[in-house]
Design a protein around this ligand. Structure first.
Ligand code: PMP
Length: 304
């Protein structure tokens, strides 16, 4: 990975020195929270997409774990902008992370310090350049998503990603690009690192927050862009597995995955088996916005 400098607990440290102790609480119990944010290369220089919303989610994710992040929004923002500048990055992925450090190794994190770090690195398309144009082949995972009554699924918690890893790797072992994960009730929840949208008869549907999904920031973006383009969006939908196969179009959203069409599920062709017209319209609007080829939605960007 092409990273020279990492911000850790208030200091800029070299890659080699950005280390943690093996008895770190977060390593043993998954007690960390994190974000994944994209910074886009635009005519006005690097532009961080929806940084404020990512920061809101970062601090909110810490709440259920009673984790005190003792760095202000301003400090995290300045650190991130400086990392981008110091490493001369035009576009990058930004990974803020907070976790319980070492004290004693009981499950209780009492007296464990909260540690915070930020890294930035260049990152191309998540599911491949071709995926954005032609769509991906996915399978419904045999793993269910943890329910929001079991863990706070709206918190972006490191430990929860073993579920994403199991679902994603199961898909890749079976020659699919990605998985769709059902929730405990058997409804469609999301991808391992993406939210999901369905298009039927020109209207758009996406599972609501009560379906044990992460409140994705790209999900919110897609909803806003689609509504502004004149579409009806049902953002509290309960979607059954069967409805996936009969959808006119399906697509994933995520900071990493951006807007990726889905062309088949469990080898069943979705619609025409290629990126559908509604997906294409929302996707091209999305790239027009994030590449700042329009002045609209400028409030979504933070510039160094
Ligand atoms: N669901 C899960 C489980 C994720 O990990 C992500 C990626 N953060 C998303 C949805 C999409 O969220 P966002 O658009 O904020 O990246």
């Amino acid at each position: 990975m092409d990273v020279d400098t990492i911000w850790m607990d208030g200091e800029f440290v070299d890659w080699d020195e950005a280390q943690v102790h093996v008895l770190t609480h977060g390593l043993h119990y998954g007690s960390g929270i994190f974000e994944g944010v994209r910074c886009y290369d635009t005519e006005e220089g690097p532009a961080i997409f929806r940084w404020d919303e990512h920061l809101d989610r970062f601090y909110n994710s810490a709440k259920p774990y009673d984790m005190d992040i003792d760095h202000s929004r301003e400090e995290l923002t300045e650190a991130t902008l400086e990392l981008i500048e110091r490493q001369d990055l035009q576009s990058c992925y930004i990974r803020p992370l907070a976790y319980y450090g070492y004290n004693s190794l009981g499950v209780s994190p009492q007296d464990c310090p909260t540690k915070t770090a930020i890294a930035c690195w260049p990152w191309g398309t998540y599911l491949g350049e071709e995926a954005l144009e032609n769509g991906v082949d996915v399978m419904v995972s045999s793993w269910r998503k943890h329910a929001s009554s079991q863990v706070p699924t709206n918190a972006k918690t490191t430990g929860l990603y073993v579920n994403s890893m199991l679902a994603g790797e199961e898909a890749r072992r079976n020659d699919y690009v990605e998985a769709i994960v059902l929730n405990k009730e058997g409804n469609v929840a999301e991808g391992p690192g993406e939210n999901i949208f369905l298009v039927n008869d020109g209207e758009i549907y996406t599972p609501g927050l009560a379906e044990s999904i992460l409140d994705g920031i790209t999900r919110r973006t897609a909803i806003t862009l689609a509504r502004d383009l004149g579409y009806t969006v049902h953002d509290e939908a309960a979607i059954s597995r069967g409805e996936l196969y009969t959808a006119d179009e399906l697509f994933f959203t995520g900071s990493a995955a951006e807007i990726t069409p889905i062309r088949s599920v469990d080898d069943v062709t979705i619609g025409p088996g290629e990126r559908g017209p509604v997906t294409e319209e929302i996707q091209s609007k999305f790239f027009e916005v994030v590449e700042r080829r329009t002045d609209d939605y400028d409030e979504w960007f933070t510039y160094p």
